[in-house]
Structure formats: structure tokens, C-alpha cells
Design a protein around this ligand. Structure first.
Ligand SMILES: [Fe+2]
Length: 242
């Protein structure tokens, strides 16, 4: 299984604090059936200055540690990029990157609204052959109030990723209900863990997929997994389901 969103790299953000926490997370990921995981530390200027070079270096280090310990998990570099009007500039000067240098970029919206420049940003990124993936839209207050906004962004070419814990109820019943609505409406393309630690922000990705399988069938699970594979192998294409 492939997980496209996690905070498994040590000493970067509010995820793993040190290598031993990263190792603990890696063991849990393997228990969940994950073989490949994108490390997507926050990139948020002034708060988390995790540029591409830093992420790649730390990813190499963690992969070496996991290899030595014979933990069968491969880490791939990425970032969860907080959108800003400087994003394109940051991409051009190599501070931000698409997931493992593919053409998929993981973007984080502010929690309480969708900035008006978002549509333009999606367009500009696509001009650079980048497909944006909107991380956890189910937790954005403006999208919760008006899901049509997400539909518009997807229609313009963005993808979206729901967090496994939102489906399992980790963020409350409202988020759970809304996540299911988004899946049923075909407004999301990935399920990922967004794991931060092993205590209160774990993986739950297997449990989330179980729910999808039970309620929507194995075909939909396969669709999500093909999408994740396309990111890992840098392929274009979007599965349509429901
Ligand atoms: Fe995240």
C-alpha cells in the first residue's frame, strides 16, 4: 500500500520529533500494510522552512536508518505546501517540489477559508505541468459550508486527498459524515494517513480502506490505490468512481 501524506521525517515540523519516533512510525506503517510512504513535512514560510533540499537530505538519512534496521518501508520525498502567492516563485527557485519530483503537488489550504487566488493558482500550476492535490478538504470550513467550491476546484483540474482518520471518526462525527459525502460524490481521489506520530495522530489507513470496501466496494478501493501508484510512478491519469 502507498501512503502519499505523512509527517514521518524527524526534526522537521509537528510530526516525528527525532529518529526514534520516525522508526516507531515506520514500524506502525509496515503493520498497516504500507510499503511506500511520502514524507510530506509542512512547508510554511516563517513557520516551517522545510525546503526541497532539506527534505531530500533527511529522506536519504531516514531511508538509510530503515535499511540498516531491515524495516521494509521506503520513504519518498515531498512537502505539504501551504498555499501562498509566492508558491510559483518558490517552485521556480527550487524551494518547493512536487511529490518525489513527479507532477503531483500536495497543497494545504488555510483551515477556515479558500483564498480567491486558488483557481488561478491551479491554472498556473497546470501550465507548469503540475497537478495540485488538495490535502484534507474535509477539514476546511468554507468547503464544509459550500462543497460546491471543492467541486469547482476539481473541475479546474485539482485532485483531493481525504485523511484516513476523518473517515474513521478521529476528527468527530461531522468530519466523518462530510468525508463520506465527498467520497460518495466522487470529489476525492486519494486516502492518505497524514500521520504525525504513533500516539494521537496515527495511520488508520487500513481501517479507512476497510470502510470504503464495505460501503462502496473493492473497485473503489482499487481506484484510490491506482491513483496513489500513479503518483509514486509519476504517471498521469485519474480514476473515476462512484
Ligand atoms: Fe499533513
Amino acid at each position: 500500500m502507498i501512503d502519499i501524506h505523512s509527517h514521518i521525517l524527524p526534526e522537521m515540523d509537528d510530526g516525528a520529533r527525532n529518529f526514534s519516533e520516525s522508526i516507531e512510525m515506520a514500524r506502525k506503517a509496515v503493520e498497516q500494510g504500507i510499503t511506500d510512504i511520502f514524507a510530506t513535512p509542512h512547508y510554511y514560510k516563517g513557520k516551517y522552512d522545510n525546503d526541497k533540499e532539506k527534505v531530500e537530505g533527511k529522506t536519504r538519512q531516514l531511508n538509510r536508518v530503515l535499511d540498516d534496521l531491515e524495516i521494509p518501508l521506503k520513504i519518498w520525498p515531498g512537502q505539504e505546501i501551504r498555499i501562498s502567492d509566492e508558491l510559483l516563485e518558490d517552485y521556480d527557485n527550487n524551494s518547493v517540489m512536487a511529490l518525489n519530483g513527479s507532477h503531483y503537488m500536495l497543497l494545504e489550504l488555510p483551515l477556515n477559508h479558500v483564498p480567491r487566488y486558488m483557481e488561478r493558482l491551479i491554472y498556473d500550476l497546470q501550465m507548469k505541468r503540475i497537478t495540485p492535490i488538495i490535502a484534507h478538504p474535509e477539514r476546511n470550513l468554507e468547503i464544509i459550508r459550500n462543497p460546491h467550491l471543492l467541486e469547482e476546484l476539481i473541475w479546474k483540474g485539482a485532485y483531493s486527498q481525504i485523511t484516513a482518520g476523518s473517515i474513521t471518526g478521529k476528527f468527530g462525527w461531522r468530519t466523518k459524515r462530510f468525508s463520506k459525502y465527498l467520497i460518495h460524490s466522487g470529489l476525492t481521489h486519494f486516502i492518505a494517513s497524514d500521520a504525525h506520530n504513533v500516539e494521537n495522530r496515527g495511520f488508520q489507513i487500513r481501517e479507512a480502506y476497510k470502510w470504503v470496501e464495505k460501503n462502496l466496494g473493492q473497485e473503489v478501493v482499487n481506484g484510490f490505490q491506482v491513483n496513489a501508484k500513479n503518483v509514486l510512478y509519476g504517471m498521469k491519469g485519474k480514476e473515476h468512481f462512484v
